[in-house]
Design a protein around this ligand. Sequence first.
Ligand code: ATR
Length: 285
Amino acid sequence: MNSNMPLLTGEAKIAGVLGWPVSHSRSPKLHGYWLKQYGIDGAYIPLPVRPEDFPSVLHILPKLGLRGCNVTIPHKEAAASNVDHLDSFAKRVGAVNTIIVRDDGSLEGRNTDGFGFIENLKHGMPGFRFSNGAAVVLGAGGAARAIVAALSDAGVPEIKLINRNLSKAEALARALGGSIHPRPWSDIAAALGGANLLVNTTSLGMTGQPDLDVGLESLPTTALVTDIVYAPLETAFLRKAKERGNPIVDGIGMLLHQARPGFQAWFGVMPTVTPELRAHVLGDL
Ligand code: ATR
């Protein structure tokens, strides 16, 4: 840290996170840490916004002089249809998590969740080769959309997309195109044979939810296993994979890395993810 004094002048750069509720969001803590670390005259604030107010609030942000914002549940899809410019990844995914106010006051929507997911794996397992084999993705909800699109872009040759509700996996595969193969939940064991990567994108395993209980017997022990659930940090699913010898990467890094491009756009510095930042954000989990 450069100083413990908060820097906040009349020229401060302001950004925030829009959600409903937003009190659970760790983004203020995360961006607040970086603002202090880099000695930036700026602030990042939680903005609780009801769904019915979201479009009007969004268009007020440039008038208030905000540099932009993050968007979280339940506004990510509404954000995609209410910004003036959408980057190609956000368009494919149909959801926006990062908004930048351009110099002309227009709103640019991006989706950095896929970037965060891939960066987390690259940092968590240096040298991991996405092109080495198939990925098995469990879940076909909002989080899966960005992850599946990002895995395709990263060169994964085949994605087996497994969801309890098969029609949702089919709809996602149709929407994204490429080599994405929807499979029913009962096909998990067969799908794991020869896989290079296994990802949980469902909410199973999160504190208060049942554990994700899948047999891993047919998964090669060289396959990387990751979970987007980060509370608890080591889910029963990750523990089981680790105990049989698979490399694992936990989910908190996706949250940390997805925040970096927004911070750069609003505050002018591409921040880094360090063990200290991780500990800071995990502090109250
Ligand atoms: P998110 O935006 O976090 O992905 P979501 O859109 O509500 O949240 O998706 C939740 C995912 O967890 C879905 O894939 C859901 O499966 P269904 O589409 O079949 O509902 C999955 N999920 C939740 N509870 C589950 C359970 N008990 N067994 C299997 N999958 C479950």
